[in-house]
Design a protein around this ligand. Structure first.
Ligand SMILES: *[C@@H]1O[C@H](CO)[C@@H](O)[C@H](O)[C@H]1NC(C)=O
Ligand SMILES: *[C@@H]1O[C@H](CO)[C@@H](O)[C@H](O)[C@H]1NC(C)=O
Ligand SMILES: *[C@@H]1O[C@H](CO)[C@@H](O)[C@H](O)[C@H]1NC(C)=O
Length: 346
């Protein structure tokens, strides 16, 4: 019964494509931990970092977090995620609305279908879809990045996309299949805009990180932007199958769906905290921090949805209580005359 309703939820989530094989997938909410200009992966120790991020997960998050020494499970006392053994950190860029008078207002976030929490990020971990390939959970100190904050044109990175959400449900196509696009939707979106970020599923088996935070992982051969879960065979250079991590962020653009607020020429008014007015620069950062072998257990048990017998779970209320104080003292919520960090708009 429970599995059936979860499967139904996932179908609604991913559209009603008939012959689609929905793989087992953990899908859970991580509420907002902090929103600020810090980026321990790309700009370790730099406070403030160039652009604003929204961060969720364990409360040991800080600007430096050296991966050789910073142990997330033992340094954290709480997490903003549903599964209370998950002290990982997850972060993305933040969306702003640009008014006709040139000021910027942060776009509020909302929570995905059937999940609760104060916005933040919906996180997925998807084991292999063939029920045969065992995935190897990440090792302590592992981290990776998808997307490029500097990207301003159609990139090779086809696994970062946007969906214009309808009033109810979430449309009828698979994540990142047309009409989802790397760019922002052009018109009003009745249910807001969803940003999807899908991480690679193959690891080189050696390096916990790499200078670009990307080359130690790779997408499987033949994988496509709109795959549901990992497919294809890992390349020889990156032979180890790892769980597929995916983020979904819902920007609640509804308060701005007013023709009198949009630019007179009809162009869309949204801009990422990177200064990007088209949508190409969205990115997702991941720092692994599950306690002991908890993630491996959950993958082996092929847990689905946000209920998992082999994991400890906390209530939404407990998860929302886990926050960290801001270290950068700046207004990010008012009608701002410039974006935090004043990135070049283009
Ligand atoms: C971050 O946490 C580490 C402990 O892992 C601590 O040594 C360091 O001072 C903290 N850095 C900042 C910038 O707060
Ligand atoms: C700019 O426009 C926004 C949205 O219409 C409005 O709320 C804000 O007060 C305006 N700011 C100034 C300085 O006019
Ligand atoms: C994998 O296992 C699940 C549940 O045990 C099943 O529903 C699904 O059809 C299987 N998938 C494949 C490709 O065998």
């Amino acid at each position: 019964m429970l599995w059936k309703s979860l499967a139904l939820a996932l179908l609604m989530q991913h559209g009603s494509t008939q012959n689609m094989n929905i793989p087992p997938m953990m899908r859970f909410q991580c509420s907002q931990l902090v929103v600020e200009r810090v980026d321990p992966l790309v700009n370790p120790g730099l406070v403030p970092s160039p652009h604003l991020h929204q961060i969720v997960g364990g409360n040991s998050f800080n600007a430096s977090m050296d991966h050789q020494t910073h142990d997330l499970p033992s340094s954290s006392t709480c997490t903003s995620c549903t599964f209370s053994e998950d002290f990982s950190n997850y972060w993305t860029a933040v969306l702003y609305f640009r008014a006709r008078n040139g000021t910027f207002k942060r776009v509020p976030q909302s929570t995905e279908l059937q999940l609760k929490g104060n916005a933040g990020i919906t996180v997925y971990y998807i084991p292999s879809t063939d029920n045969k390939t065992a995935v190897t959970a990440f090792k302590p100190g592992f981290r990776m990045l998808v997307g490029d904050a500097g990207l301003r044109s159609q990139g090779p990175d086809r696994k970062v996309c946007h969906r214009c959400k309808p009033v109810d449900g979430d449309g009828s196509n698979i994540n990142c299949g047309a009409p989802d696009a790397q760019t922002f939707p052009k018109g009003f979106c009745a249910g807001g805009i969803r940003s999807v970020i899908t991480f690679p599923t193959c690891w080189d088996g050696k390096n916990l990180d790499s200078p670009d935070h990307q080359s130690h992982v790779a997408y499987a051969k033949g994988s496509k932007a709109n795959d549901v879960g990992p497919t294809g065979v890992c390349p020889e250079s990156h032979p180890v199958p790892i769980p597929q991590v995916m983020y979904e962020v819902v920007w609640d653009t509804r308060p701005f769906n007013d023709p009198n607020l949009w630019p007179e020429d009809g162009s869309q008014p949204f801009v990422y905290s990177t200064g990007d007015q088209n949508g190409f620069s969205q990115h997702g950062d991941y720092v692994f921090g599950w306690k002991d072998d908890s993630l491996q257990r959950a993958m082996n048990a092929r847990c689905t949805g946000d209920v998992c017998d082999v994991l400890k779970t906390q209530t939404t209320e407990e998860a929302m209580k886990c926050t960290v104080p801001k270290v950068v003292d700046e207004d990010i919520e008012g009608w701002l005359t410039e974006l935090p960090g004043n990135p070049v708009l283009f």
